[in-house]
Write a protein that binds this ligand. Structure first.
Ligand SMILES: [Zn+2]
Length: 317
């Protein structure tokens, strides 16, 4: 084994973890498994680990596999306390350098992220992480040392992330567009398609509703759904461009054809909605408003999907 990889394997096996009553806190090794999976699924293209939705979702998935009943799912703590390991570095926001140096506990997530912009790994370790073979060696080291009894389940989770990464990669390049529909039907299991669709769509819209802009994020909990434009049961189409991030209300209203995004780039509302009725006014306010689109144009909704919405609403009017 490469000498530097060997050194990191050793560091991973000797994390400074809490022991109480013979029980080892799983938090730090779980956070490292989550980071490895960010690399698996294409979420880590640079040496930059943000305390964000995707990391926290992965943390919870791994945590649920290994946790004992008394362990609490607190990703904030390992994200912060990994600073006691030589390979994990916090990068402060501009002007917060001193505050970052003297911080002894993370406080709340808001407090921590107002000081720490992101974490980065040793550059050398990052290079091992983006290399698939080295990444497996590091993952095995963590599992061997901390979670040998959960090996199978953990490897299954990490394989899922590899698949989700491959699925997302299909859509995240302009050249791939034409093979998308077929590929999305074949070769990926249902879980991968669903998870890939949901994550691609909600991330593309930056977790905001395309109708009202609502954006609420609490850890890995977000208040938008990835809604299908042409329903999945009709189209079997999990192309993210057949999707849109919508809050629960607007998802519900779109599914019932009370509102719809049309090819003119605007929202339209059902003509029988009545502005004298309280409760319908909010939906009516949407009429003629722009669809709030993702920054990356490759995730903009497909013309045929918007057309489908328009046709359906006209049929029902
Ligand atoms: Zn909304």
């Amino acid at each position: 084994m490469d000498a530097s990889l060997e050194q990191y394997v050793e560091m991973f096996a000797k994390l400074h973890v809490n022991h109480s009553g013979g029980h080892i806190s799983p938090h730090k090794p779980v956070m490292l498994l989550a980071v490895l999976s960010l690399a698996d699924n294409g979420g880590m293209t640079e040496n930059r680990i943000e305390y964000g939705t995707e990391l926290l979702e992965l943390f919870r998935e791994y945590f649920n596999v290994v946790a004992s009943p008394n362990d609490r799912c607190t990703p904030l703590l390992p994200f912060f306390h990994l600073r006691s390991e030589a390979f994990w570095h916090h990068v402060p926001h501009a002007g917060q350098e001193q505050a970052c140096r003297v911080m002894s506990s993370p406080g709340s997530a808001i407090q921590m992220t107002s000081v720490i912009e992101y974490a980065r790994l040793d550059d050398e370790l990052f290079l091992h992480l983006v290399d698939r073979t080295s990444r497996e060696v590091l993952r095995q080291a963590i599992i061997d040392r901390y979670f040998p009894n959960c090996r199978e389940e953990l490897l299954k989770l990490s394989q899922q992330e590899v698949d989700i990464g491959a699925y997302r990669e299909l859509f995240d390049s302009d050249t791939a567009k034409e093979r998308i529909k077929e590929s999305s039907r074949d070769g990926f299991d249902e879980h991968t398609r669903q998870a890939g669709f949901r994550r691609s769509v909600t991330q593309a819209y930056d977790y905001s509703c395309a109708a009202c802009g609502l954006r609420v994020i609490l850890g890995e909990v977000v208040m938008v759904d990835a809604a299908h434009l042409i329903p999945f049961e009709k189209s079997h189409d999990d192309d993210p461009r057949n999707g849109m991030a919508l809050c629960k209300n607007h998802h519900w209203a779109m599914d019932r054809l009370l509102i719809g995004p049309w090819p003119d780039g605007r929202w339209h509302v059902h003509r029988e909605l009545d502005d004298r009725r309280e409760g319908q006014q909010d939906l009516l306010k949407l009429d003629g408003r722009d669809i709030l689109l993702p920054r990356k144009s490759r995730y903009h909704p497909r013309e045929d999907a918007l057309q489908w919405r328009m046709d359906k609403m006209k049929e029902c009017a």
